[in-house]
Design a protein around this ligand. Structure first.
Ligand SMILES: Cc1cc2nc3c(=O)[nH]c(=O)nc-3n(C[C@H](O)[C@H](O)[C@H](O)COP(=O)(O)OP(=O)(O)OC[C@H]3O[C@@H](n4cnc5c(N)ncnc54)[C@H](O)[C@@H]3O)c2cc1C
Ligand code: FES
Length: 291
């Protein structure tokens, strides 16, 4: 197995580094958005995370140690929002014992946090218009990214059904698609992206490939995506077809979050990388495919 240094050519200095050791922080708010829970944690002295970075979280109480307390290892979560007073928001979907335990925390409860970890999204290349594409709980890192990029970033979000689509409240002005048609476009979020790119013509300019819109205007999209693997693979293939740059926030099982266990490796064209230190955001062009 070869281990590539990074799948995008960036250095360690392009990320906000976590202070050594995990910190015990108070939960200050808990809100429900349909199928999701937003947990707010006060981290007044912690560093501001970059969009796309993540933290390893564990509840301070009842987190392992017996047959009924399976979680034990911390779980990885994207930063969904960073407020001026240092409050951090995390978006949770209850899919198993760890997320279930975190989702039941209430204001005043303690949470162990190690972060910010990993390499997040890079700013758009010069002159490029960001298009953010999210699926399900994968919308989390796009909320903080949109805060940073502002209204020039178009946002397309896809969900299973109306209950999950309530998560779209996190990002103002997003176009929504649902699998069952209960809200917004009936179909996949990648269909919204395809429709946006359809009718546009590829032109080659000195700044690289770009698209010309129906009115002859030049479009220079750069795609930022996070969601389930089939969605990310569809985005990767579409961008490869149109010659568009794309940054994909991937997931893999993470035991440590800081490069020690090698449990999170994913294959790239340059060899295997540890997603927790070389990602979780990778350039789409560095991947053969998203598995
Ligand atoms: C960088 C990163 C950022 C993440 N951000 C978020 C977030 O913002 N919000 C959120 O709700 N979740 C996020 N996740 C996923 C979250 O870490 C897992 O859902 C969680 O670890 C599941 O733990 P559990 O004990 O609840 O369930 P488990 O019993 O561990 O797993 C339940 C189900 O989820 C699958 N699963 C577990 N972990 C992963 C994973 N990492 N990738 C894909 N499938 C998995 C299992 O195969 C199983 O089917 C992120 C993961 C990574 C790696
Ligand atoms: S999670 Fe341990 S090396 Fe990445």
């Amino acid at each position: 197995m070869t281990l590539a240094g990074s799948a995008g050519g960036a250095a360690a200095s392009d990320r906000t580094l976590a202070p050594l050791g995990r910190r015990l922080l108070p939960v200050v708010a808990r809100r429900e958005h349909g199928a999701y829970v937003v947990l707010s944690v006060a981290d007044r002295d912690g560093p501001a995370p970059d969009p796309g970075q993540f933290a390893m979280l564990a509840a301070a109480e009842r987190w392992g140690g017996g047959a009924d307390e399976r979680p034990f290892l911390p779980r990885a979560f994207s930063y969904a929002r960073h407020h001026d007073d240092g409050t951090l928001d995390f978006l949770l979907e209850d899919v198993g014992p760890g997320t279930e335990r975190l989702a039941e925390l209430r204001p005043g409860d303690g949470i162990w946090l190690l972060g910010p970890l990993g390499r997040g999204f890079r700013p758009p290349r010069s002159g490029r218009r960001p298009i953010l594409v999210g699926g399900g709980v994968g919308i989390a890192p796009l909320a903080i990214l949109r805060d940073r990029l502002g209204a020039r970033a178009a946002v397309l979000l896809g969900f299973r059904d109306a209950a999950h689509a309530e998560g779209a409240a996190l990002i103002e002005g997003a176009s929504v698609a649902t699998d069952d048609g209960s809200r917004g476009h009936h179909g996949l979020v990648t269909e919204l992206l395809t429709a946006g790119l359809a009718g546009a013509q590829m032109v080659t300019s000195p700044g690289g490939p770009s698209l010309r819109g129906p009115q002859g205007e030049t479009l220079h999209p750069e795609i930022y995506a996070c969601g389930p693997p089939p969605m990310l693979e569809a985005v990767r293939a579409l961008c490869a077809e149109h010659g568009l740059p794309a940054q994909l926030a991937l997931e893999s099982g993470m035991a440590c979050g800081y490069g020690a266990c090698f449990g999170c490796v994913v294959p790239t064209r340059a060899g295997y990388v540890r997603l927790c230190v070389d990602g979780p955001v990778l350039e789409a062009a560095s991947l053969e495919q998203v598995a």
